[in-house]
Design a protein around this ligand. Sequence first.
Ligand SMILES: Cc1ncc(COP(=O)(O)O)c(C=O)c1O
Length: 375
Amino acid sequence: MTGDGTRVVRAGLPEPEAYEPALPGPVFAAHYHLPGDAVGPYTYGRDANPTWTRLEQAIGELESPDIPAHTVAFASGMAAISAVLFSQLRTGDAVVFPSDGYQLLSAVRTRLESYGIEVRTAPTARDAQLDALDGARLLWIETPSNPGLDVCDIQRLSDEAHRRGALVAVDNTLATPLGQRPLGLGADFSVASGTKALTGHGDVLLGYVSTRDAAPADAVRLWRKTVGAIPGPMESWLAHRSLATLALRVRQQSQNALALAAALADRPEVTGLRHPGLPTDPSHSLAVRQMHPGRFGSVVSFVLPDKAYAERFLAALTLVDDATSFGGVRSSAERRARWGGDAVPEGFIRFSVGVEEAEDLIADVTRALDAATQS
Ligand SMILES: Cc1ncc(COP(=O)(O)O)c(C=O)c1O
């Protein structure tokens, strides 16, 4: 089997054809020529599109290189998450969420509860979701969690969930399929926001669901068609083009993130420093077992003394945008408490490390910390 760096540059490409491009351009079509009965791969633009098909093939090859997987692309990560939850859960079912996952899960929780679905929550750390599994229909895992960067054991949780009759979905946004492969660790669904590191340029919203089983894939695809949460052909094509550099980006961003985390560890004003690649991190030993070596993601989290201090730090950075989202080629950081949805201190910083030179970034961060301390 080829390595990831080789796989990403060819994933999902059609067989070479004389005088055709390696990656055919986006197909813009609301409908297709359709003689006779309404059968065939491409009938109507909300059901299927050749540009999605190639991207879905590519992501499937990355999420599950050894066993064929079905992948369904969506307009956003939230569309993909909703597709799994709302296609799989029925009134009277119970689902287990992480209590520290992506903050919009709380809005999803409210919606699920309004449909008579029980939503239980437990923290990601120490596989605490295990204790909430009895009688559940679905376990939702987010590892590493956003923004706290705790890690849970996908294989252990999947084995136990399956033993108790629950399906397992993993939000693989932060790690990307090059960082970890949930389907190979026993999960039924790998779900992600492609808006983040997968596409990596901060210019596309996208999501996807991968699964090895045909029936849930069909259910998820039918959900997409029913609610119409389809990705645009242009976004799909940009995403596919971006995959070719995924291995390079992930490698550089992970190296930079580790270097930044190591530099932050020496600063007295920094507390609560988290990055799964740091040998001192509480998640490190599990991350080393579960994730690809050296690909622990682009996010570093830490706490500065207070809100004003954190604001001064962010304003003093020159190479780092004050922006939300993560996983992009340009470093960004934000004071996460500004959104109000995460249980984090006012000075909590979620830092997304880009592909810049590590020394430049560390110099910028060090200077900004000095400036925030002095003013
Ligand atoms: C872990 C995680 N999952 C899902 C999402 C939702 O993705 P999108 O913004 O593409 O809808 C996000 C967005 O920040 C996220 O951080």
